[in-house]
Write a protein that binds this ligand. Structure first.
Ligand SMILES: [Zn+2]
Ligand SMILES: [Zn+2]
Length: 239
């Protein structure tokens, strides 16, 4: 079922010829990942979190869900991630997105796969990358969510579906009321005509989930178009 002969295999093979170097401490990583075990163990791993949106919760928190999810559950089922968006994960994600350090993205995707697969009750039918407005994609040269989605797709054997696009640039969210922000986001994204998500279990792929506003907007669009269930997979969650 899972096609394992892919970029990962080729990438792994390459380590036999050129050993990996840790992207954090620069020492030889001694394994087929550009991150040594010592640095991996010291990353800001999420422990106590909201069962729904993965918001980091205090250790002594006696609820399974955060206040916001209790008051108004989001349109997605679960946000699945293993890391807090904190040093040095913030630096790695910034390097991946803004300096095109694709090996940072590869390391973060590999960490997601090794830590989060156990959190999945079932595999989704399709992966939906968070779309990027064309102007930003030209400036950046790539859409980081699409790269991540392709990586997960290759490893897990799940197809990528470009079911949502981003036809209108979203204005800055700063200084807007909650209602204006929601409207701003809803107008920025659109369901792609003819995309088939009916009855499907989907995972939306994003790099960082901050306020869940984008995740919620995309999940609501997919649900309105017939998706049975929408999860969010992200590299890190902002406290
Ligand atoms: Zn290291
Ligand atoms: Zn929550």
């Amino acid at each position: 079922m899972v096609n394992r002969f892919n970029v990962h295999s080729a990438h792994k093979l390459s380590y036999q010829f050129a050993p990996g170097r840790c992207i954090l401490c620069q020492s030889p990583s001694l394994r087929d990942l550009d991150l040594c075990l010592g640095c991996e163990n010291e990353l800001p791993w999420l422990s106590s979190r909201c069962a729904r949106c993965a918001l980091p919760l205090p250790q002594n928190h006696d609820q399974t869900h955060c206040g916001q999810c209790l008051r108004k559950p989001p349109a997605f089922s679960h946000c699945i991630t293993a890391l807090r968006y904190d040093f040095p994960v913030d630096r790695l994600i910034a390097g991946f997105k803004h300096q095109k350090k694709l090996n940072y993205g590869a390391v973060l995707a590999a960490l997601w796969l090794s830590r989060c697969q156990s959190q999945l009750d079932t595999l989704p039918d399709q992966l939906i990358p968070v779309p990027m407005h064309w102007r930003r994609r030209i400036l950046r040269g790539f859409n980081q969510s699409l790269l991540l989605a392709k990586d997960f797709s290759n490893t897990l054997g799940i197809p990528v579906n470009h079911a949502i696009n981003h036809p209108r640039a979203s204005h800055s969210q700063q200084g807007l009321s909650a209602a204006a922000r929601r409207k701003n986001l809803q107008q920025a994204f659109a369901f792609v005509k003819g995309a088939d998500v009916k009855g499907k279990h989907l995972a939306v792929i994003d790099d960082v989930v901050t306020t869940t506003a984008t995740a919620n907007t995309l999940a609501a669009i997919l649900a309105r178009n017939g998706a049975a269930r929408v999860d969010i997979w992200c590299l890190a969650r902002t406290p």
